[in-house]
Design a protein around this ligand. Structure first.
Ligand code: GRF
Length: 186
């Protein structure tokens, strides 16, 4: 199973996937990391694990559609079995979704369908939720609306926002590994 990861940030989920593969927990290979801007930490993670990187810098394109075309072309060249979004902060274009139906996985920091979109953790805390969680799902044309694969819940009762962020991270990482195991039928 050949995976392409896509990221826009620190890449801690990407690292977790790389480590899961390295430890033999996930029977797959990461054949590339696509990022939408240069100089992000996820690129350093890729370097550490010897993974090829493809910087498709959003700012270098005149329009969103040209940017998306470049992403799709790169994906076609890599021809992955699965695409793992790991903190990729742009909406996936419908053309890409149509080419990779039920092959694009995203991780989102809420118990979807609650709190889709940006600032999901903050929204859960501000709403006074006693618990929140993480969801992995296949990507469809909506915003965090695709078929749910797995969820993990945890209590946030009495926690400050930064404590919730800290508690969430290892839960996300484990959920991504468990999700890939399930999707790969392991
Ligand atoms: C995670 O919280 C994930 O749920 C969301 O983006 C964040 C990425 O974090 N989609 P990281 O870059 O993997 O640390």
């Amino acid at each position: 199973m050949q995976i392409v990861a896509m990221a826009s940030g620190t890449g801690t989920n990407f690292r977790a996937i790389c480590q899961g593969i390295e430890k033999g927990e996930i029977q797959a290979q990461i054949i590339g990391l696509i990022v939408d801007k240069p100089e992000i930490k996820a690129l350093e993670v890729a370097k550490e694990f010897g993974i090829e990187t493809y910087i498709i810098d959003y700012k270098q394109y005149r329009s969103r559609s040209e940017f998306n075309k470049a992403i799709l072309e790169q994906l076609k060249m890599l021809n992955p079995d699965l695409i793992c979004l790991a903190g990729y902060m742009r909406i996936i274009d419908e053309d890409i979704i149509n080419n990779y139906e039920n092959k694009i996985i995203n991780i989102h920091p809420s118990l979807l369908p609650k709190y889709p979109g940006l600032h999901a953790i903050d929204k859960a805390v501000i709403a006074g939720e006693q618990e929140t969680g993480v969801t992995t799902h296949f990507v469809d044309a909506g915003m965090d609306t695709g078929p749910i694969i797995k969820q993990a819940k945890f209590s946030i009762s009495g926690l400050k926002l930064d404590e919730v962020y800290e508690k969430l991270k290892p839960i996300e990482h484990q959920l991504y590994i468990d999700t890939l195991k399930e999707v790969l039928g392991e």
